[in-house]
Ligand binder design. Structure first.
Ligand SMILES: [Cu+2]
Length: 325
């Protein structure tokens, strides 16, 4: 779901070729990647958010690594960790006992059935540590860590070298928040829209609907908005963009005018750029969701003609979830 995690069932390192590269080659060749997908389906422990705090590290350094292990199978455990990039990989428990602050190798790491086991920054009480890096590393480098499970198989993950592991971890959490927002929006909604005029007074209340369906699960929704009484239908795309940490909704009305509202992933407010209108003014819109519960939420659309300095309420909407026909 998040970062790429690859796996193979053979011994680690060179006997485990890059599954991602193989999959890509198969897709280019137009072949069904059945083998690669089967590998993935069998694996019941998934590695998410794999990062290693190795950006700028010199050869010989010890660096912390973090990941989220998602176990959809039976009780399991990590017995051993390895990387071609380092002499050893250990799980460290930061021990503040009588001996002072030391690090104790804490493998095996239990992975209970159905649980998400998080080894996360800042690494206290525990972190993984690649000890004795074989080469210097830079931001964006990737190394593969292999983990031997109590169930007998090896799983592997590509760990991204980052310079700020806490920030990288926060980005993953924000992406998950954005995914949760898309999942919440998916479905069929009855929408009551109250429009407000430039004088701030309510000018009309209309009933309509929103329908959102997945194009790419957890990444892209496509939607249709209808207000039958006004004869209005518009098309929408709603998606997250992990590369720049944004969530965006693109809406096109039957007049062909497209509005793009962008906001930080995980936030509930999105804005359009300033758009030149036919009358020579410039308009900017701001959309905010609030009072969000599972089957209901509200939103307001505000407009600004001074580049976002002042805002006036354009509409207020109430969304109520309906059964999908
Ligand atoms: Cu350590």
């Amino acid at each position: 779901m998040n970062a790429p995690s690859i796996s193979c069932h053979k011994a680690p390192s060179r006997s485990c070729p890059g599954t991602t590269a193989r999959l890509f080659a198969l897709l280019i060749a137009g072949l069904a990647p059945s083998g690669a997908l089967a590998d993935k389906a069998e694996n019941q422990v998934r590695i998410e958010r794999p990062i290693i705090a190795a950006a700028g590290a010199i050869a010989g350094a010890d660096v912390a690594a973090y990941a989220l292990f998602v176990n959809s199978g039976a009780d399991n455990a990590i017995l051993e960790a390895r990387c071609d990039c380092a002499e050893t990989v250990e799980l460290h428990l930061v021990d503040r006992g009588q001996s002072g602050r030391g690090m104790v190798n804490a493998l095996p790491l239990p992975l209970p059935a159905g649980a998400r086991t998080e080894i996360s920054p800042p690494g206290i009480p525990r972190h993984m540590m690649a000890m004795g890096l074989k080469t210097a590393m830079a931001k964006g480098d990737k190394v593969t860590l292999h983990f031997r499970l109590a169930s007998g198989e090896w799983i592997s993950g590509q760990f991204d070298a980052v310079d700020n592991s806490s920030k990288a971890w926060q980005n993953f959490e924000d992406i998950d928040t954005g995914i949760a927002q898309l999942r919440h929006a998916a479905g069929n909604w009855r929408v009551t829209t109250r429009f407000f005029g430039a004088d701030g007074k309510e000018s009309a209340t209309v009933a309509g609907s929103y329908l959102f369906e997945w194009v790419v699960e957890d990444r892209i929704l496509r939607g249709t908005s209808r207000i039958a009484s006004l004869g209005l239908t518009s098309a929408m795309l709603f998606y997250i963009r992990p590369s720049d940490g944004s969530i965006e909704m693109l809406s096109v009305g039957q007049d062909g005018a497209a509005w793009t509202m962008t906001g930080p992933i995980g936030a509930e407010t999105r804005e359009t750029p300033e758009v030149a209108m036919a009358d020579g003014t410039k308009l900017k819109l701001r959309f905010t969701r609030f009072n969000i519960v599972r089957d209901r939420y509200e939103s307001r659309m505000e407009r600004s003609t001074d580049g976002g300095v002042t805002w006036a309420l354009g509409n207020h909407q109430i969304f109520e979830r309906q059964a999908v026909d």
